[in-house]
Design a binder for this molecule. Structure first.
Ligand code: CU
Length: 374
């Protein structure tokens, strides 16, 4: 065999080897990358260990030649990459990463021949305070909410307090309780309480128009919850609902109990952190939907007005994702059938995106110029 023919043969063998190693993508195979857990308390300049699994067809864990975590800061454009190491069961990887800047990062994993797959945009927090604030109970700690019974109704409250109530606070009023510890879910709603004894019979409080009003704190005089006193008397007890005021996220219940000539008032004030400011938030904004079906985005091209919220809903039988080419475009994690993902677009321009597991699936969002701009 001549040396020329041998080198041709060698090229052919290398070519076949390359074809075989590229088989996943060429054979129409696809994979997803799923995080072990959500990462919502990542702190700037503090190493974080990220675990994930590469899943062929979103089902079978599969080891890949090389898995690399990538991230890019949305505002500053700063990039970082970190090689992951296979750890534990097939397809499972660990990578230690330190984010040098607080703020939003687009991030994901390059799973070698399986391509790049994004995770949902990550918010890196700047301080431990921010991490604590992310825990609704820790955030409520130390807050004192002044409360009182006023003449009038919540919609026409007499400014003067008719009957003082103790401040509503977390961990009180039973200050004598020796141990206060956080238990159970970190996502539990904080419930602040107060117990007051009023020098007036319950019949007197019920007799005229009265309302229980709770304020943000001693300096912020905004009402956060209020309830008109009335309802169904059960024995010597009346439960009064406290409705949210000023989009505070607080609602509650007050129990008024007749104790001889006095009235005992117990307030339970609960805060739904997700509900804060929910009143009117994006209620007026336009919304539109892109359906994912038959391995395609539909419509693939969408033109919207600035401020429009776009929701992608996976109505296909397999997993897909939404991964933008632009830094301003937030990525989704893997969307299982039935799941959806939303983001709003404020800045005019053309945004192209694709599906991580199926890079041939592409779409375009065109945000029109704001009305009135040249
Ligand atoms: Cu897809």
């Amino acid at each position: 065999m001549s040396s020329a023919r041998r080198s041709v043969l060698r090229v052919a063998i290398i070519g076949i080897a390359l074809l075989l190693s590229a088989a996943p993508a060429l054979a129409g195979g696809w994979a997803t990358v799923r995080l072990d857990k959500p990462h919502d308390k990542v702190l700037v300049e503090v190493p974080t260990t990220v675990g994930f699994t590469v899943l062929q067809h979103d089902v079978h864990p599969v080891n890949v030649g090389r898995a690399t975590l990538f991230a890019q800061h949305k505002e500053k454009g700063e990039k970082l990459t970190a090689d992951a190491r296979q750890d534990g069961p097939e397809g499972h990887y660990l990578v230690e990463v330190t984010f040098p800047l607080a703020g939003e990062w687009k991030w994901g994993v390059n799973a070698d021949l399986w391509g790049e797959m994004a995770f949902e945009t990550l918010t890196v927090l700047s301080s431990a305070d921010e991490v604590a604030a992310d825990n609704p109970i820790a955030a409520e700690m130390g807050r004192m909410h002044p409360a009182g019974i006023h003449a009038g109704t919540c919609d026409g409250l007499n400014a003067g307090i008719a009957f003082e109530l103790d401040d509503v606070r977390l961990g009180e009023p039973d200050a004598a309780a020796p141990v206060k510890e956080m238990v159970g879910a970190e996502t539990a709603f904080p419930v602040a309480t107060s117990i007051s004894s009023i020098d007036a019979p319950l019949t007197e409080i019920i007799g005229g128009d009265h309302a229980i009003n709770v304020l943000a704190d001693g300096t912020a005089k905004d009402a956060i919850a209020c309830g008109d006193i009335g309802g169904l008397m059960v024995g010597d007890e009346l439960a009064v609902g406290l409705g949210e005021r000023n989009a505070s996220g607080y609602t509650g219940v007050a129990l008024l109990r007749a104790v001889g000539d006095r009235t005992e008032v117990t307030i339970y004030l609960a805060r739904d952190p997700a509900g804060v400011g929910s009143e009117g938030a994006s209620a007026s904004a336009d919304a539109t939907t892109v359906t994912i079906v038959n391995g395609a985005f539909s419509p693939a091209r969408l033109e919207i007005a600035p401020g429009t919220t776009v929701t992608w809903r996976n109505e296909d039988g397999i997993a897909h994702s939404v991964m933008g080419d632009d830094l301003a475009f937030d990525d989704s994690s893997v969307l299982s059938p039935g799941q959806s993902f939303s983001q709003s677009f404020d800045t005019s321009g053309t945004y192209t995106y694709k599906c991580g597991p199926h890079p041939g699936m592409v779409g375009t969002i065109t945000v029109k110029e704001a009305v009135g701009s040249p």
